[in-house]
Design a binder for this molecule. Structure first.
Ligand code: ATR
Length: 260
C-alpha cells in the first residue's frame, strides 16, 4: 500500500493525484495520493504526519520547493544543485529530497522526439528565462550531453550567473535572441510569459526561427500558450508543459517504487 501525497499552498486543483493513481494502476500497485494545502507554519507537522503515517514519499510544489529543504535529512544531486525539491522519498524514517523537473523535461523530449534526442550531441537548445525552472532543465540537459545551451533572460545578469554555474552554457540578453535563432534546434520557454492570467503575451517572435526547430513551453496552464499557438501556425513541432508535468511525476514515482 503506497501512501503518497503533495504539499503546497493551494493544491486542490492539482492533476498529480490523477497521474499517480494512473501510474499505481499501471504498475499493479495499490495506494493513495493525498493532497495537503498548508501554511508555511505547518510544514514540520505535515512532514511528521507523513513520516509517522507510513508515507513512501510525497511531492512538493509552490511555494515550498526551497522552504522544505531545512526539514529534510539530505538532498540528492539535482536537488542540491537547484536548491529546490519537488519530490521527497521516505526510507527508514529518513527524508531525502530530489528534483525531477529537469529529468522530467528531458524524458518528455526523448519520448516525444526520439530522433531529435538521438542527435542531442549536435543540438543547441535556447532556454528563455533564468529562474529556478531554467536551472533544473539546463542541469538535466547537460547531464544528458546536449551539445550546447544558450540562456536568454530579461535580466541579463541572471542569465550570466546561471551560465557561470555550468560548462557549455552561453548567456545572452532577450534582445540578442534574433541573432541566435538560426543556430538553435529547440526553444524552451521557462519564463512566466504566457501563463494564466497573462496568457495573451508572446514571449518571443518566431520570425526567422528555422522550420526544424522544436518549440516547447514548461507552462501547462493554459495548455496552449501564445508561443505554442504561434508555433503550430508556423508548422513547428511542439512539446507541451503537460508532457513535462507527466514525466516529472513518472520520475518521482520511479524513485518511490524502485526502492522498497
Ligand atoms: P521559476 O521557478 O518558475 O523559474 P523564477 O525563479 O521566479 O521562477 O523565474 C522566473 C523567470 O521568468 C525569470 O527568468 C524572469 O525573468 P527576470 O529574471 O528578468 O525577472 C522571467 N520572467 C517573469 N516575468 C517575465 C516577463 N514579463 N518578461 C520576461 N521574463 C519574465
Amino acid at each position: 500500500m503506497y501512501r503518497l501525497g503533495l504539499i503546497g499552498e493551494a493544491v486542490e486543483q492539482s492533476k498529480s493525484p490523477d497521474i499517480h493513481h494512473h501510474l499505481l494502476n499501471e504498475a499493479g500497485l495499490t495506494g493513495q495520493y493525498h493532497l495537503f494545502s498548508i501554511k508555511p507554519t505547518q510544514i514540520e507537522e505535515t512532514l511528521n504526519q507523513m513520516r509517522d503515517g507510513g508515507f513512501k514519499g510525497f511531492n512538493v510544489t509552490v511555494p515550498y520547493k526551497e522552504a522544505i529543504i531545512p526539514y529534510l535529512d539530505r538532498l540528492e544531486d539535482s536537488a542540491a544543485v537547484m536548491q529546490s525539491v519537488n519530490t521527497v522519498n521516505i526510507k527508514d524514517g529518513e527524508l531525502v529530497g530530489y528534483n525531477t523537473d529537469g529529468v522530467g523535461y528531458v524524458e518528455s523530449l526523448y519520448r516525444t522526439y526520439p530522433n531529435w534526442y538521438q542527435h542531442r550531441h549536435e543540438n543547441t537548445v535556447l532556454v528563455l528565462g533564468a529562474g529556478g525552472a531554467a536551472k533544473g532543465v539546463i542541469h538535466a540537459l547537460l547531464k544528458h550531453q546536449i551539445n550546447k545551451v544558450i540562456v536568454a533572460n530579461r535580466t541579463y545578469t541572471k542569465a550570466e550567473t546561471l551560465a557561470q554555474q555550468f560548462d557549455g552554457v552561453e548567456a545572452i540578453s532577450m534582445n540578442q535572441v534574433d541573432d541566435v535563432k538560426p543556430h538553435v534546434d529547440l526553444i524552451l520557454n521557462t519564463t512566466r510569459v504566457g501563463m494564466t492570467p497573462n496568457d495573451h503575451e508572446l514571449v518571443i517572435s518566431l520570425d526567422r526561427v528555422p522550420d526544424h526547430v522544436i518549440i516547447s513551453d514548461i507552462i501547462y496552464q493554459p495548455t496552449w500558450t501564445p508561443l505554442l499557438k504561434e508555433a503550430k501556425e508556423r508548422g513547428h513541432c511542439l512539446l507541451f508543459g503537460e508532457s513535462m508535468l507527466y514525466y516529472q511525476a513518472v520520475k518521482a514515482f520511479e524513485i518511490w517504487t524502485n526502492e522498497s
